[in-house]
Design a protein around this ligand. Sequence first.
Ligand SMILES: [Zn+2]
Length: 397
Amino acid sequence: MLASISPMGLRELNLGFVFRVIQNHGPISRTDIVQHTGLAPSTVSVITADLHEKRLIRTIGTAASSGGRRPILLQVNPEGGYFICVDLVGTSLAIGLLDLSFKVQREWDQEMRDTGEDLYQSVVTAIREVVTHCTALGLSILGIGVAAPGLLDAVSGVIVEADNLGWVEFPLGERLQAEFGFKVVIEHDVNAAAFGEYLYGKSEGVRNMMYVSIGLGIGCGLILDGQLFTGTNGLAGELGHITVDPEGQRCLCGKRGCLETIASGRAMVLEYRKQLQYMGNQAQGELLEIDARSLVHHAEEGQEVAETLIDRAGEAIGVALGNQVNILNVDTIILGGALVARSPLMVHAILRGVDHALLPRLKDHLETRPSSLGVHAGYIGIAFLCFTKMFAAANVV
Ligand SMILES: [Zn+2]
C-alpha cells in the first residue's frame, strides 16, 4: 500500500510530544513534562536524557522547591542542530535552514526550470551550497527534509509519480542520503504544510482541520482527530480533482471539469490570457509574460477581467470546501498557498463560497482563516517530521 505519509509510531509520537511540550512550556521540569504529556516518568526521563546528551535540549537552572530537591529546568537548545528543508512547490526550488526551534534562519529560492535527472542535479547543487554555508559557520546539520508534490511513498522515500517534476519511481530519499550522508525524510508538500500549521500555527485546541493550498494547483491536507489522515491509498485530500462540471474542460488528471480546471493558478492564467487576447489589447509577447502573480496583482488593482476570474475561482473553492465540511465536520479550515497569501480578494470569495455551501447548523462550529505560517508551513512540518523520524529511529524512546 502506498502512503503519502508514514503513520507515526509510538516512539515518534512520544518523542515529538515531549519535545513540543519543552518547546512550548520551557523552561520546564521533568515532573511538569509528565503532567503535560501524561507519559510515564520513566519514559520522560529516557527521552529527556537522550535529548540532553545530544545537546538538543539544555538545562537552565532550577525551579523553587516544593519540599524535596529543587527540580532542574529544561529548554530547547535552538542551536543544537539544523535542518535543511527543501520545498519543491510550484515553479520554485526553495530551501530553508531551520534551527531546533523550527524557526527559518535563512532561505534560498531559485526558479525551477528543470525536470527529471536535471532537476535532481539542481536540487543536489542547491543543497550543497547550504551545506557549505553551514560548515563555514560551524552549524551541525541534523537532516534533510524534502516536501514534494505528486504521489510518493514516505516510508521508502520514493517519488512514485510527480508529473510536474518529471519523476516516476524516483528514489529521491535514497539518492540524497547517499550523496550527503544525512538522514533524509520525504513528505507530500501539502501534508507537510498541514502538519506544520497544525503543530506550530495558531491551532491551539484544533482537532479536525483541513489545510488547503491554492497555487498553481489545489491540494488539501487533512488532520482528523489530531492525526494526519491520508486515506486507503495515501490519496486523501485531492480537493483539486473533485468534479464541479461534468461537461467542463479536460483536467491534467484525465477527467473533465475538475475544480482545478477553473480555480487553480494554472487554469486562471490560461483563461486570463485567452480573454485578454480576445479583447485584443495586448501583444502576444506580453500575454505570455502573464503569470499567476501578475494576474493576482491586476485583480487586486481592480482590473475587471482579473478580478472576476479570482472571484469566481475563490467562490468555487469555497463551495467545494463547504461541501467537504458538511461531510467531515472539521472545526477549522486553514487557507494556504501563494495565491491566498497574495490575494485578499480570493480569501473573501472563498469565505463567501464556504458560507453558501455550509449547513447552517455547522456555521457556528467552523473557523476559516488564512495560514499563520504562510509559505513557511511546509518547511516547519517537514523539519518536525525529520526530527521525530530521525531520533525515533535511533532508539531514543
Ligand atoms: Zn482533475
